[in-house]
Design a binder for this molecule. Structure first.
Ligand SMILES: Nc1ncnc2c1ncn2[C@@H]1O[C@H](COP(=O)(O)OP(=O)(O)OP(=O)(O)O)[C@@H](O)[C@H]1O
Ligand SMILES: [Mg+2]
Length: 344
């Protein structure tokens, strides 16, 4: 098999705060292949943006990678200097659209001028080449090419978001990380942007990591996915496999919590409880206190990410081989049946 484009391997990330350390990400591992549309999903606070920021060396000042590796085309990048990252990796190889990036374009400069400036700093392109590149990208994201001669404030929110996506692709990166690219938009605009992301992936020969809290968006658009809970990867693998037979209680319940076009009338269940505070060493399953099927063993040690059968699917649930059976019973029955505790 060829080498993955990006590998996250046993990653731990902590934040220093006045109340002690936050173990925001624990032992996270996943890989993204060339030309792959990858989804990273989890509830608010699960560590999605933290992982994304760590990939481009953009963690907040109080955050740091304390274990593990981030490799891009096999080369460790988490230990690169700021200069190496900005000269070799950022924008040219890995483009990152931060969460809530709606206002990240310069409001007082015409978009064509912003493109020319960007090209001047990072490339030896002519002015015309920069303009042609932006025009081409506008068309890829569904904006009329002639609108590059306007100011960002002349665009609606959805159009600005598309322009930001166009700019992020400007220097022909191999990987685009888009953190909640559609959350602030209405449903129609969300849908249009997602459709464009898919065609971008094909036309621009780029891998995309899309971050979202909505698992149904990932089921509809991505090839592979990782589900995060409390800074741990709960489940990882091929989207079809995970849709058809989730192998972690969190991804199973998350799937139940979003509407499914195949079952539009289904009651949407809510996952009760909150993830743990992550102030101490995370040497337990972070979903155990919310899991209807947890046992004492789930909090005795950190669950390893293990392969489910021979397919492209990995789970960190130690009871994964019972999931299908457990999922078909009511949680109350199952809990008493297996004699598990709630850890509350
Ligand atoms: N600068 C920081 N200092 C301290 N804690 C932080 C900092 N940034 C994030 N955290 C904490 O790290 C954990 C992960 O946060 P992160 O922003 O990565 O979550 P997220 O999955 O992106 O959530 P959301 O869906 O709300 O964007 C949370 O517990 C959060 O409170
Ligand atoms: Mg976030």
């Amino acid at each position: 098999m060829s080498e993955p484009l990006l590998e996250i391997d046993g990653l731990d990330i902590r934040y220093e705060t006045k109340d002690g350390e936050i173990h925001a990400v624990t032992d996270a591992s996943f890989a993204i292949d060339t030309n792959e549309f990858f989804g990273l999903v989890g509830e608010s606070g699960s560590g999605k943006s933290t992982i994304a920021k760590s990939i481009i060396g953009g963690l907040d000042d109080n955050g740091s990678v304390t274990a593990g590796e981030i490799r891009f085309r096999g080369e460790p990048i988490h230990s690169m200097t700021e200069r190496e990252l900005s000269e070799r990796i950022r924008w040219k190889e890995i483009a990152y659209i931060p969460q809530a990036s709606m206002n990240s374009l310069d409001p007082i400069m015409r978009l064509d001028k912003q493109a020319v400036e960007l090209a001047k700093v990072h490339t030896d392109w002519s002015k015309q080449r920069a303009i042609d590149r932006l025009t081409e990208l506008f068309e890829v994201v569904g904006l009329p090419g002639e609108r590059i001669y306007e100011y960002p404030h002349q665009f609606s929110g959805g159009m600005q978001q598309r322009a930001i996506i166009a700019f992020s692709l400007f220097l022909e990166p191999s990987l685009l990380i888009a953190d909640e690219p559609t959350t602030a938009l209405d449903v129609i605009m969300q849908d249009q942007i997602l459709t464009h992301l898919k065609s971008i992936q094909e036309e621009e020969d780029v891998s995309i990591v899309m971050i979202t809290h909505d698992i149904s968006v990932i089921f509809e658009n991505c090839d592979s996915m990782a589900v995060l809970h409390g800074g741990q990867v709960s489940e990882l693998g091929d989207v079809t496999r995970m849709f058809d037979s989730p192998s972690h209680p969190y991804s199973y319940l998350l799937q139940q919590a979003f509407p499914d076009i195949r079952h539009p009338k289904r009651d949407l269940s809510v996952i009760e409880g909150q993830p743990p505070q992550l102030q101490d060493e995370v040497d337990y399953c972070t979903f155990a206190n919310r899991c209807p099927w947890s046992t004492d063993e789930c909090v005795e040690s950190r669950p390893p990410l293990q392969a489910v059968g021979d397919d492209n699917q990995y789970t960190s649930c130690i009871r994964y081989d019972e999931i299908e059976e457990l999922g078909h019973r009511s949680p109350e029955n199952t809990r008493s049946e297996v004699g598990g505790s709630n850890h509350e």
